[in-house]
Design a protein around this ligand. Sequence first.
Ligand code: HEM
Length: 210
Amino acid sequence: MPPPLTYASYLDLENLFTLQKPRSSPPEHDAQVDILETMTPSSFSSFRDRLETASGFQSVQFREIEFALGYKRESTVRYLKPDFPGYDRLQQLLRERSVVDHFYDFLAMRGAQIPTDLKDRDVTKPNEPDERVQEQILQLYKNSPECSILFELMTDFDEGLQEWRYRHIKLVERTIGAKKGTGGSPGVPFLKESLFKPVFHDLWAIRHEL
Ligand code: HEM
């Protein structure tokens, strides 16, 4: 029996990536969500079955971004088999310190007091908001203009990620409505769980105090 279909094998990603030779620097965006949104539910249904269980859920690249940032969801790896391309890399990232952990180090270098329980936290778990860190960030916002610029840029990045989640959910909602995902999730309700969940909780939590 042939191996089960995956997004990577369906799209022949290994080969596809070798075809990308951007000529612009930096690369131009290609507005793919706008284009996909022109597909009606009935035209998508006409070939959706052929995706079998393949799904964006299997995007190792997306999960790598989430894990590297600190948005760790071990449950998402459990859906992948150990021989899935990229599985080992995800397991490794799950156990590595994330951008948020390195951010704590950076804050400490700038004189912030980072509680020991945060320095020694279980890095396989998603990062959580922490009022003690928020207090320290507020001080840096007031006393260090260059830190404030960094915090604003990090907030921009986080907002962009949430905007992507929102665009994707709307694309999914208008294309498949209440149908389940091909990857086996409930579809839109599953995707909504991560909508509005930031990576840099502490930066969002203090904005009314600035
Ligand atoms: C008509 C177009 C699309 C539909 C109907 C759709 C549907 C879905 C659904 C239902 C899920 C939840 C997992 C599942 O059960 O399958 C999902 C996840 C995902 N999709 Fe899409 N998708 C579409 C287009 C795209 C595009 C264009 C991208 C990327 C460029 C993408 C990337 C992802 C990623 C990364 C996930 C995992 C999200 C997470 O775990 O939070 N999808 N998609």
